[in-house]
Write a new protein. Structure first.
Ligand code: UFG
Length: 333
């Protein structure tokens, strides 16, 4: 039997494929390669290129492969873009999940681990954020992920699909061996931008806002190592395989670091200067996002072992410094 990984050529999905194969699982990858990378596919995975909104394509894969469960990473995930182009997000994220659930129902596949986000909470009234807190997304992206969770819930009631939704905080780092890592075009996430500046690919990092109500005036986020994040997905699969009921879990470290602290850590790890400039706040950025991950620890038995900020930046640096152009090679765009 195989695990189907949707979006398995992206940053987080590719790390899932590698860990599943480390654990001797048979892995089927689906990706439309719109934002993912062919080079990120593990050589032992079976790859189908196609779009999850295409029901005939999905039927072909579900018919050909003995799929017992699904890990769903296939989505657009840029908060800013989602505000400019909401319909793109509803189409790819929500409609795509609707089609996927239809195919799962037709082929009797009843277990899904889902990639959700802290953006479902919006601006929290207090931190750390627990799973019971209100979900009031402040972006289209967060709204689509919340809607995808609701689709799974109602398909669970009607068709017996069981899901685990994992609400990620700030995912960073890379596989320790640096075969795969983070490569977004264009890049908008803090740690890759800071490390690209350390590589002199950017003149400076612009810090978005220095007047937040935090100790140093910059935003605080909860960073989680991508390998720990994926370990939680594998535990979630075990949980579903052991008849666990549908549930939602936060994944974070329960610790917050400011933008300035991230730059400082990267200066120490890389030994480079990393110039910064201060710019205005980025619209929609909450000042502090910190997870309570007690529920994942208690119910899934999750212990994030690599989630220390220096380790996260070191592993990200190993990837960026050995792949300064990401998956591209000289001369390609
Ligand atoms: N930041 C800068 N300069 C940059 C880039 C980021 O100062 O060039 C700051 C941001 O303002 C923010 C922090 O660094 O305070 C982290 O920003 P990221 O873009 O790396 O991450 P976000 O916290 O904005 O986004 C993450 C996930 C999203 C998710 C969101 C939930 O990447 O998928 O958390 O709010 F939706």
């Amino acid at each position: 039997m195989s695990v189907l990984v949707l979006g398995g050529t992206g940053y987080i999905g590719s790390h899932a494929v590698y860990q599943l194969i480390d654990q001797d699982e048979k892995v089927i990858v689906i990706d439309n390669l719109e934002t993912g990378h062919l080079e990120a596919i593990h050589p032992n995975a079976t790859f189908y290129q196609g779009d999850i909104r295409d029901i005939d394509f999905l039927r072909k894969v579900f018919k050909a492969e003995p799929i017992h469960s699904v890990l769903h990473f296939a989505a657009n995930s840029l908060v800013g873009e989602s505000m400019e182009n909401p319909l793109k997000y509803f189409d790819n994220n929500v409609h795509g999940t609707q089609v996927l659930l239809k195919a799962m129902t037709e082929y009797g596949v009843k277990k899904i681990v889902f990639s959700s986000t802290a953006a479902t909470y919006g601006e929290p009234k207090q931190v750390p954020i627990t799973e019971e807190m209100p979900t009031l997304p402040t972006s289209t992206y967060g709204e689509t992920k919340l809607t995808m969770e609701k689709l799974m819930k109602w398909c669970g009631i009607a068709h017996g699909i069981r899901y685990v939704s994992l609400r990620y905080f700030n995912v960073a780092g890379a596989r320790e061996t640096a075969e795969i890592g983070e490569d977004h075009q264009p890049e908008s996430h803090l740690i890759p931008i800071v490390l690209q500046t350390a590589l002199n690919q950017r003149e400076h990092v612009t810090i978005f806002g220095s007047d937040y109500n935090t100790d140093d005036g910059t935003c605080i986020r909860d960073y989680i190592h991508v390998e720990d994040l994926i370990a939680a997905h594998l535990l979630a699969l075990d949980y579903l395989n052991n008849n666990g009921s549908s549930d939602i879990f936060n994944l974070g470290s329960s610790k917050g670091f400011s933008v300035k602290q991230i730059v400082e850590t990267a200066r120490k790890v890389t030994g480079n200067e990393i110039p910064v400039k201060y710019g205005p706040r980025r619209p929609g950025d909450p000042s502090v996002l910190i997870a309570s991950s007690d529920k994942a620890r208690e119910i899934l038995g999750w212990i994030p072992e690599r989630t220390h900020i220096t380790k996260i930046v070191e592993d990200a640096w190993r990837w960026h410094s050995t792949h300064p152009l990401g998956y591209r090679t000289e001369g390609t765009s």
